[in-house]
Each structure stands twice: as C-alpha cells, then as structure tokens.
Design a protein. Structure first.
Length: 116
C-alpha cells in the first residue's frame, strides 16, 4: 500500500524578504512546528536534468553556526553519494576535503579531530 507524506515548511520574512523564522513539520516523522535557523533543499529536476536549490537562513544565525551547517551538509552529501552509488572512494574524498575545510574554518580543532 502506498502512503503519502507531507512535509511543510513555513518561512516568515521581514519587510526586506529576509527570513526571520523557519518552521517545519513532517507528518510521517511526527515532527510538528520545529524551528530551524537554516535550510538547504535540493531537488533533481528530471525534466531539465538539473539540480534546483533553495538555501535559506534566518538573520539571527551566527557565522559559526553557518560554517557548521555547511560542513554538516557536506558530510551528509558524502554519505548520500556512498549510499546511492556504492562509490566509497569518492565519498571518502569528500569527507576528507570536508574535514580539512572544517579544520581551516575552525569547526574542528585539528588537535582534537576525532571529537567533532
């Protein structure tokens, strides 16, 4: 039996269209009105063969939070690559690059790398 899952994203903006609040719900995951400071949504457009992106963040998200958010997303993409394609080598290359970036921008202390 097929089921439908509905994911809702509500974005409130200020007078300049800058997000002030991002709230999301997922009926299938029993998540209701969860606040977020940022989101990165990517969808593969089958018709045009391109990736469509929507990246939003609230004006109260700090630079350090954004750096962490980006690095976390890069690690998630590496995991997705490996899971979807079984291409462990390139997924590991992505993880290595992301770890190096995280060190450079101060997300990981290079002395305590394993404690991320």
């Amino acid at each position: 039996m097929m089921s439908n899952n509905i994911i809702k994203i509500k974005v409130n903006t200020d007078e300049n269209h800058v997000p002030t609040d991002i709230v999301w719900s997922a009926e299938g995951g029993k998540i209701k009105n969860r606040k977020a400071k940022a989101m990165a949504l990517a969808m593969w457009d089958e018709k045009d063969g391109i990736t469509m992106n929507m990246d939003l963040w609230t004006k109260d998200m700090s630079v350090d939070e954004m750096k962490r958010f980006v690095c976390d997303n890069m690690m998630t993409l590496a995991n997705t690559l490996e899971t979807a394609t079984s291409d462990k080598g390139h997924a590991e290359a992505m993880r290595g690059f992301t770890r190096e970036l995280a060190k450079r921008i101060g997300i990981i202390d290079s002395k305590n790398e394993g404690e991320e």
